[in-house]
Design a protein around this ligand. Structure first.
Ligand code: NAP
Length: 340
């Protein structure tokens, strides 16, 4: 069966996911697109796909079996609620939503529906290096994880569009989610320290050091630098009781030339995580084809939203800000079983 997919938002990542669904992966085809800018949607539409005027019309169309949301964060809530009301599986790019209240509304709607429909775009969980790192930690041979050192460096961010809150409410969400997943634990508190400001970003508040306090006592430190100039550099190292496990630096190509020996650095997230995005969508297609969702859930999107809110409060207060999560609904305690 080929899953008929509608894509909402045909900007940078929307176009990349349309390419992925159309040219790379099997099992799905893009039958519908929409964007606030209709011309942009029409330009991104694969052959035969219909251009809809509104997200709601796309979601309600009988030709669309599952939806991919790639619009900007503040639009996600309404679009997610439309998908849940229509009973259609939906992949939603991060952030799930942009406020705790919105996350709770989406969670309540999905719980009332009765089974999972939403997968959130935390693609690091599908990256082979992160999966190997998690297998080592879960295997227990190094003892309990005590600290996780996470580094998130972007070469640059769009001037004027990327504001000083975004390292914490747009970028940190990836590190927060991967920390919860790697350590199989929840974040209970957040501190933020502001080092000397980089002149690379002008007035932008950059870089940040964030401390995530985990319920089990482990502590995660996250460096977020969004104007590091040299490339997109993602690192991670877990210090356990009797050893250390780390991501390899990627890509692994070693270049030797007249300037010396060096390793190539990816230019951006598309290059670094290209295989992770492909795998994320392979698994989404498999679950959506059975009317459900696996992988990062609404609960995970909710957790990341709370961490982002706490981090922003911590910048103002200078204190450790508490992350107070609701009780986890049963729906999110187990992954849905898929038929073979
Ligand atoms: P983008 O290039 O600005 O694309 C977003 C597109 O959605 C734009 O064409 C925008 O139109 C359109 N749009 C905004 N509101 C809409 C609405 N209500 N209905 C329909 N279309 C709407 O941004 P992007 O970089 O692709 O990011 C999109 C989402 O993906 C964001 O949530 C972002 O955080 C996420 N993202 C995730 C990753 C990842 O690694 N997982 C990487 C990049 C981005 P206008 O430009 O006219 O507003």
């Amino acid at each position: 069966m080929t899953l008929a997919v509608g894509v909402i938002g045909t900007g940078m990542i929307g176009q990349d996911h349309i390419r992925r669904l159309t040219q790379v992966l099997s099992g799905a085809r893009v039958v519908a697109v929409t964007d606030i800018d209709r011309d942009r949607a029409a330009a991104a539409a694969p052959e035969g796909a219909k251009v809809f005027d509104t997200p709601q019309a796309l979601v309600r169309s009988d030709t669309v079996e599952a939806v991919v949301i790639c619009s900007w964060g503040p639009a996600h809530e309404e679009q997610l609620l439309d998908c849940i009301a229509a009973g259609k599986p939906v992949f939603c790019e991060k952030p799930l939503v942009t406020s705790e209240a919105a996350a709770l509304r989406v969670m309540e709607a999905e719980v009332a529906f009765g089974h999972r429909l939403v997968q959130v775009g935390f693609m690091r969980r599908f990256d082979a290096d992160y999966r190997r790192l998690k297998a080592v930690i879960d295997g227990g041979t190094l003892g309990a994880p005590l600290m996780y050192h996470s580094v998130h460096r972007n070469a640059s961010v769009p001037e004027g569009l990327y504001t000083s809150d975004m390292p914490l409410n747009d970028t940190l969400v990836h590190d927060a989610d991967i920390s919860r997943w790697l350590l199989s634990d929840e974040i209970t508190g957040v501190e933020v320290r502001l080092p000397r400001r980089s002149r690379q970003g002008g007035e932008l508040r950059d870089p940040h050091i964030v401390l995530l306090h985990m319920a089990g006592g482990a502590v995660v430190d996250v460096e977020i630098s969004v104007n590091i100039a040299y490339g997109y550099d993602i690192r991670g190292e877990v210090s356990c009781e009797t050893g250390v496990a780390a991501l390899p630096n990627r890509p692994a190509t070693v270049i030797s030339d007249m300037h010396g020996i060096r390793q190539a650095i990816p230019a951006d997230w598309r290059e670094r995580f290209i295989e992770a995005y492909d795998q994320e969508f392979r698994e989404w297609i498999a679950a959506a084809g059975q009317g459900t969702a696996t992988g990062p859930s609404t609960w995970d999107g909710y957790a990341a939203t709370l961490v982002a809110d706490a981090a922003l409060r911590a910048v103002s207060s200078g204190n450790l800000e508490v992350v107070g999560m609701r009780e986890k609904p049963d729906l999110y305690s187990q992954q849905p079983r898929l038929a073979a």
